[in-house]
Write a protein that binds this ligand. Structure first.
Ligand code: PHE
Length: 342
């Protein structure tokens, strides 16, 4: 090929390109024009370039410059055309714009989770931090260190799910008290939420696995008044102002021990079937940490005192949402959960 012929071919490509590009009326047509002109394998431009080596060596420089110019021109033609093409609505079924929008299904937090998070935030404000412990525990952490007498009925196969001779599923979150005291120097203020297991519990107000929240404060010179003030403050914050009362109780790991009641959230004290006509509902067990427990965890029981409590968020959720049956919380029935989750 001579330089003359080559330059003619370049200008023919220029003319062809401008006709091809202006004939494209959709983005898809423009795309196939781009392929025909600039495609690496079979495009017109690359065909021209392949004939460059057949030119006399002295002419190649000029020929190369001509190819580059036409390439730039084609790219500009394509870009201009692309800007002036309006996308065309796809063919196919027409869209009915009057149809009501489909509502998105929004997930929510489970009511027990909502209650746990709210309790955590109230105690966080008071300087408590979150502590966690294992659900598979040893007998020592679950019972012995917590001052359960040897052969206490709670250790019995009846209530406790044993995984082996030594290892069991914790029946309460109180073992986290021991684990915390073993690793943390007082002052201690922790909240320990978690799952616990009891074997023979399943009726309208009990489930075999349920969550608990443990609280523990240990320091020099703290007493029952701190326990009572903190838990009363909590109940008022959580229920938005409520009557409370403490009743003497018994736990092996606290002495003295007390259960706290709040006024029945359903009848507000006048008496109904939910509160068995007492006007009150129990929400937690508590007490001063027994000196034997401090000693078992390796603390100086002469120097430190502590108080602790344990409560059941599911029970508290029943009160908050006025539920007749705790199993509603475990059934995963979306019709129910959609009403109370948030
Ligand atoms: N662990 C007790 C229970 O499961 C609750 C509790 C915790 C009581 C801490 C007193 C102090 O019933």
């Amino acid at each position: 090929m001579t330089l003359d012929e080559f330059v003619k071919a370049v200008s023919a490509l220029d003319t062809h390109a401008s006709a091809l590009v202006s004939a494209a009326t959709t983005p898809a047509e423009l795309e196939s024009a781009r392929n025909a002109l600039l495609g690496r394998k079979n495009g017109d431009l690359s065909a021209l370039m392949k004939s460059l080596p057949s030119l006399p060596a002295d002419d190649r420089r000029e020929a190369g410059a001509a190819v580059n110019r036409v390439k730039t021109t084609i790219e500009e033609l394509l870009a201009n055309r692309a800007g002036s093409l309006v996308p065309v609505a796809p063919s196919g079924p027409r869209i009915d714009l009057t149809m009501p929008a489909r509502e998105n299904w929004k997930g929510g937090r489970h009511p027990v989770t909502v209650v746990i998070e709210e309790i955590e935030s109230i105690f966080r404000e008071l300087g408590f931090t979150i502590a966690l412990g294992p659900e598979a525990e040893t007998e020592w952490y679950n019972f012995t260190s917590l001052n359960f007498p040897e052969n206490h009925p709670a250790m019995d196969m009846h209530d406790t799910l044993y995984l082996s001779d030594e290892v069991l599923l914790r029946t309460h979150t109180s073992p986290v008290q021991i684990r915390t005291m073993q690793t943390t120097k007082p002052p201690i203020r922790i909240l320990a939420p978690g799952n616990v297991y009891r074997r023979d519990f399943f009726d309208a107000s009990h489930a075999p696995m349920f969550s608990q929240i443990e609280g523990l404060a240990v320091d020099e010179g703290i007493g029952f008044v701190d326990l009572k003030a903190t838990l009363t403050h909590f109940a008022n914050r959580f229920f938005g102002g409520t009557k409370t009362r403490f009743r003497p109780s018994y736990f092996p790991f606290t002495e003295p021990s007390a259960e706290m009641d709040v006024e029945c959230q359903i009848c507000h004290g006048s008496g109904c079937s939910s509160c068995k006509n007492t006007g009150w509902m129990e929400i937690l067990g508590s007490g001063m940490v027994h000196p034997n427990v401090l000693i078992a965890a390796g603390l100086d029981a002469e120097r430190y005192t502590g108080w602790a409590f344990g409560m059941g968020p599911a029970r508290i959720a029943m009160l908050r949402y006025k539920l007749p049956d705790i199993r509603l919380l475990y059934d995963s029935d979306m019709r129910f959960l959609a009403q109370v989750s948030s």
